[in-house]
Write a protein of this length. Structure first.
Length: 285
């Protein structure tokens, strides 16, 4: 009988030892898992979000300013015909801009990459009867060497308005409102006579330097002024080219480089910075 009791106790001991060893192994395996548990109540790591490009920021701000003044937004086509890019805008057949040294012509006859967003002016006036006011922002192309200030591809904004009784005072008031909304209410504006084939009279617009507020600095060459855009009253022949009677209707147009506006607004000295996709630059905006 002692032998039977001893065998039973030995079997019980073996079973207990096996169960303890199995439990110990399981606890050891679960210990790292328990220590690595995620506390869902802790603040999460912030995701890396994208940043808007400086040109996108400026374009959206401009579009919002002109929407408030009743303008429609129309980017227009980048591949254009000679008529819409030059002919309808009163460029003479021998104008230097029509030369292959200045314009990217395509293999297809009479097609080219637009050299300005003024093509939208013609297409919009064909599409809508006056009164009409449109702003166009988009890419344009010219055969320029890449420098700190120039690029063969850049961005331009073009706006125009056609209505009865429009005169240069309306143009000046519109541009003053735009410049002060975009750059600051304290800035001043001046207009200088210039020449563009599609406007008469034409003018270059300067604004007081955003960096020195007109006092004079290295950026504005000590003049206190910065050139910002070109403008003028729409040439009567341009109106006739789209079937609008210049004796009944008149209008103004203006255009500027979006890249230059972004460079001034964000103090970017080199235009190449805008096209190099450097995340260190983009993360600042």
């Amino acid at each position: 009988q002692k032998k039977e009791v001893g065998d039973a106790l030995n079997k019980l001991r073996d079973r207990l030892e096996g169960a303890l060893e199995e439990k110990s192994t399981r606890v050891a395996a679960e210990k790292p898992i328990a220590s690595d548990a995620i506390d869902v109540t802790l603040p999460a790591r912030k995701p890396r979000l994208g940043h808007l490009h400086p040109i996108t920021i400026v374009r959206r701000q401009m579009e919002e300013i002109f929407r408030e003044m009743g303008y429609s937004i129309d980017p227009g086509p980048e591949v254009e015909t000679d008529w819409y890019n030059f002919g309808a805008l009163n460029f003479t057949p021998d104008h230097p801009a029509r030369d292959t040294q200045d314009t990217f012509f395509l293999d297809v006859d009479q097609l080219l990459l637009r050299t300005h967003t003024s093509n939208v002016q013609i297409r919009s006036m064909e599409k809508w009867k006056p009164p009409v006011r449109v702003l166009s922002c988009g890419r344009v192309y010219r055969r320029d060497e890449i420098t700190m200030r120039k690029s063969p591809m850049f961005h331009q904004a073009e706006g125009f308005l056609v209505d009865r009784g429009i005169h240069i005072g309306h143009l000046r008031a519109t541009l003053e409102h735009f410049i002060r909304k975009l750059f600051g209410e304290e800035l001043q504006m001046r207009m200088r006579p210039s020449y563009f084939p599609f406007t008469e009279p034409s003018a270059e617009v300067d604004m007081s330097c955003v960096f020195c507020k007109g006092a004079g600095c290295g950026t504005c060459s000590q003049t206190g002024w910065m050139e910002i855009l070109g403008c003028g009253m729409i040439h009567p022949q341009v109106l006739r080219n789209v079937g609008i009677d210049p004796d009944e209707w008149s209008g103004f147009a203006f255009g500027m480089g979006l890249d230059r506006v972004a460079m001034i607004k964000f103090d970017i000295p080199n235009i190449r910075t805008l096209f190099e996709n450097d995340l260190r630059v983009l993360q600042q905006f």
